[in-house]
Design a protein around this ligand. Structure first.
Ligand code: GDP
Length: 206
């Protein structure tokens, strides 16, 4: 399958949604707790070694970072939440920023939510899913670091999370993901392709 994301480039980072690029075209946002594996996933999905490093630059970790896929399409890295030791004030402000972005951004087609397979559905993950549901936004969950579990336990978490999603966001989908193997990246790209309206591709002939 063609990878439409390999020419993705960093565009800009902004501390609040107000300085975001013009709200035209289409974009997909990536959300997740710090350390969930968001940067690794962005790099694997775009087949780039260091695309998301920008988001880790000191001073940028709390920014919303915009990446250009092509003239009409963007990927957006939302600030990691939940892990950093920051004051409640700052945390509240950045939660509000994310909520505001999710609720108001017209070009936003869906949210990829990343959760470490060993710690799924923490409070803020539930919050993001509820915001998405309320805003009528599609959501797709990547259970990251799936390589840390054996097949059967990983499958068990997948089924459990799928069951929980039925309450939080009935239309949300979920998959296993590992930055160490290519299979999950293809599945994630297929979701992005659909949301970002890339024409459907024929499956490869074998
Ligand atoms: P972020 O804070 O969400 O951007 O997380 P990172 O992508 O920086 O990953 C956090 C840590 O988890 C790093 O040490 C990564 O090497 C590790 N990591 C990320 N994805 C995977 C994965 O799929 N498998 C394994 N085993 N480790 C991973």
């Amino acid at each position: 399958m063609k990878n439409h994301y390999q020419h993705t480039r960093f565009h800009l980072g902004t501390p609040t949604p107000r300085q975001a690029p013009p709200d035209t075209g289409m974009e997909v946002a990536f959300a997740g707790r710090s350390n969930a594996g968001k940067s690794s996933a962005l790099n694997v999905i775009t087949s780039q070694k260091a695309l998301a490093r920008t988001s880790k630059t000191p001073g940028r970790t709390q920014h919303i970072n915009f990446f250009t896929v092509d003239e009409q399409r963007r990927l957006v890295d939302l600030p990691g939440y939940g892990y950093a030791k920051v004051s409640k004030d700052i945390k509240d402000r950045w939660h509000r920023g994310i909520a505001q972005y999710l609720e108001t951004r017209q070009s936003l087609r869906g949210v990829i939510l990343l959760m470490d397979i060993r710690h799924p559905l923490k409070e803020f993950d539930r919050q993001v899913l509820t915001w998405c549901h309320n805003a009528g936004l599609s959501a797709h969950v990547l259970l990251t670091k799936a390589d840390k579990l054996k097949r059967a336990p990983a499958k068990a978490v997948l089924l459990k999370v799928r069951g929980n999603l039925a309450e939080l966001h009935p239309l949300a989908t979920v998959q296993l993901f590992s930055a160490l193997t290519p299979a999950g990246a293809g599945e994630a790209r297929a979701v992005l392709d659909q949301w970002l309206e890339f024409p459907p591709q024929d499956p490869p002939e074998d």
